[in-house]
Design a binder for this molecule. Structure first.
Ligand code: G4P
Length: 506
């Protein structure tokens, strides 16, 4: 069986994702100093012009991939932007993982972004391990938290560990599997690695534990892998409690690379030839260069440097000479990569999000959706002679997945769609920095968009009546621009021979 575990951490801002990431990497030996993830992030940010927004708003817009090893298991951790605003980036990153860790603040429980990200995971049956963080501080009662997860997310919950008090009376975390306790030590009150037999538990907490172990079901790996059950670990990323248990849980329980649906049926990771798909494209940090890095999730085969792969969008093979592996310390040039791994492929815009890459060019992966935008804006140029540059920029940026673009059938006012406000700021800033195009975004009459599918005749007769609501996306596919979700329902009812889809699968 594969020793790869490819996963993401989902959480609401401030729950402790950065801290946990750091600790996971430390345990995996990937970084040596706590604080490096953030520090390096800041240094990286300073370098790039277009990421001014990151500095201004103190957030991370870019996702990255971190690879580390422990006990013979290779972990690929895909970072999702940690801001309340969503981008398609975040969604798409979740199409490239096999499982996720959901981090919850012990005092706050399930917060809005946790829930949204969870829904994306559920849509794709991505199994979830829950980490209730910050038990070194005052939190809600453990039962309350467990019940909230179960109710809010409609999942079975199985506590795998239990905090011995929280906040001022925090005395450690008991691990149910081996009946040991990790206790705080020294002035820093951290866990330093020494486990003790589970004795001297205060009576009230011993009672809780007894109740919990009788009341919750046993862990069932099949139910977890189906996405019906979540094992719940308690800990403190800051003080190192529960981190080793998490790594262990991912190694033991989280699924290895899973089969992926394609136009030719399901592709197993054991298939010998190389296949993969692009889930993210990131422009070079240097705005003077138009290089990009496309992130490919390997679905099957063993990749070797210099190999020729055919991108579905191009039709002819390209030689991948300098692929990049993302070890946390440094980017390293990859020599080989296997199913589950992510490799970065430098290119000049030939690779697009959603592209399949394969040795034999005999299939297309499905299920990498474009999501219906929640915010639509008209793009208005300050200098109207820059139309050509704008079109190029919008095409490029939609290729990268920064925005979606819609070209209305009537009129010349192009519309961009995003799922989070932040993407709009990124758009305006990158138009200026990279394309020297000054634009403003104005309200559009439309509220949402739906991709249309149906016979040519059905599409044509729909177009006859609704041409002012029709647009083409960057691939030339027809899109219905709706003034409201009521409008969508109304048109759907009147045009049963057409499908109105909120996502578009490439
Ligand atoms: P995020 O990436 O999910 O947004 O969260 P991040 O790790 O940055 O953590 C948010 C805040 O919560 C940080 O404090 C961090 O130190 C704190 N934190 C994370 N895990 C724990 C934990 O287990 N226990 C306690 N008590 N605190 C935790 P901050 O003061 O906002 O940031 P910083 O100045 O420490 O970086």
């Amino acid at each position: 069986m594969s020793n790869r575990r490819t996963f993401a951490i989902i959480s609401h801002p401030d729950a402790g994702k950065t801290t946990l990431t750091e600790k996971l990497l430390l345990q995996g030996g990937a970084i040596h100093l706590a604080g490096e993830v953030k520090a390096r992030g800041a240094a990286r940010r300073a370098r790039s012009d277009w990421m001014k927004i990151e500095q201004q708003r103190g957030i991370s817009v870019t996702s990255s991939v971190m690879t580390f090893q422990k006990d013979g298991v290779v972990f690929n951790l895909l970072d999702t932007p940690g801001h309340e605003d969503f981008s398609e980036d975040t969604y798409r990153t979740l199409t490239a993982v096999d499982s996720a860790i959901m981090v919850i603040d012990a005092a706050k429980g399930i917060e809005p972004q946790t829930r949204k990200l969870f829904e994306v995971c559920r849509m794709r049956s991505v199994p979830i391990i829950t980490f209730v963080n910050k038990v070194d501080r005052e939190g809600r009662s453990v039962f309350e938290t467990l019940d909230e997860v179960a109710d809010a997310l409609a999942l079975d919950v199985v506590p795998m560990s239990w905090p011995i008090g929280m906040g001022g009376i925090f005395q450690g975390v008991m691990n149910f599997a081996d009946e040991t306790i990790a206790r705080p030590e020294g002035d820093s009150r951290e866990f330093l690695g020494k486990r003790e037999p589970a004795t001297d538990i205060p009576e009230d907490i011993a009672e809780e534990i007894e109740l919990a172990r009788a009341g919750y079901p046993e862990f069932d790996i099949e139910a977890y892998r189906h996405g019906d059950l979540t094992p719940v670990y308690f800990g403190s990323a800051l003080k190192n409690f529960g981190v080793a248990e998490l790594i262990d849980a991912i190694a033991r329980y989280a699924p290895p690379p899973r089969p992926q649906k394609s136009s030719e049926g399901t592709v197993d990771p054991e298939r010998p030839d190389v296949t993969g798909f692009i889930f993210k494209v990131q422009a070079n940090m240097d705005p003077q260069h138009r290089d990009r890095i496309a992130f490919m999730r390997m679905v099957s085969g063993t990749f070797k440097r210099g190999m020729k792969l055919t991108p579905s969008g191009l039709g002819k093979p390209i030689a991948v000479h300098s692929p990049i592996l993302f070890f946390a310390q440094d980017r390293e040039i990859a020599d080989t990569a296997e199913a589950g791994d992510i490799i970065g492929i430098p290119n000049h815009g030939t690779l697009r999000v959603g592209d399949t890459l394969s040795e034999k060019n005999d299939l297309r992966f499905t299920g990498l959706p474009n999501f219906a935008p929640e915010i639509l804006r008209r793009v208005v140029l300050k200098d109207p002679t820059k139309t050509k540059q704008l079109r190029k920029a919008l095409d490029d940026l939609s290729e990268e997945g920064v925005i979606q673009v819609f070209y209305p059938e009537i009129g010349s006012q192009w519309i961009v769609g995003v799922v989070g406000q932040l993407q709009l700021d990124v758009l305006v800033s990158r138009l200026e920095a990279e394309y020297k195009v000054e634009a403003v975004l104005e309200p559009s009459p439309f509220d949402t968009a739906r991709w249309l599918k149906g016979s040519d005749a059905a599409l044509k007769s729909f177009a006859d009546f609704n041409v002012s609501n029709l647009a083409k996306d960057r691939d030339g596919d027809p899109v219905f621009m709706a003034r409201s979700s009521w409008d969508v329902g109304y048109q759907q009812e009147r045009n049963p021979e057409l499908t109105f889809s909120a996502t578009k699968e490439r």
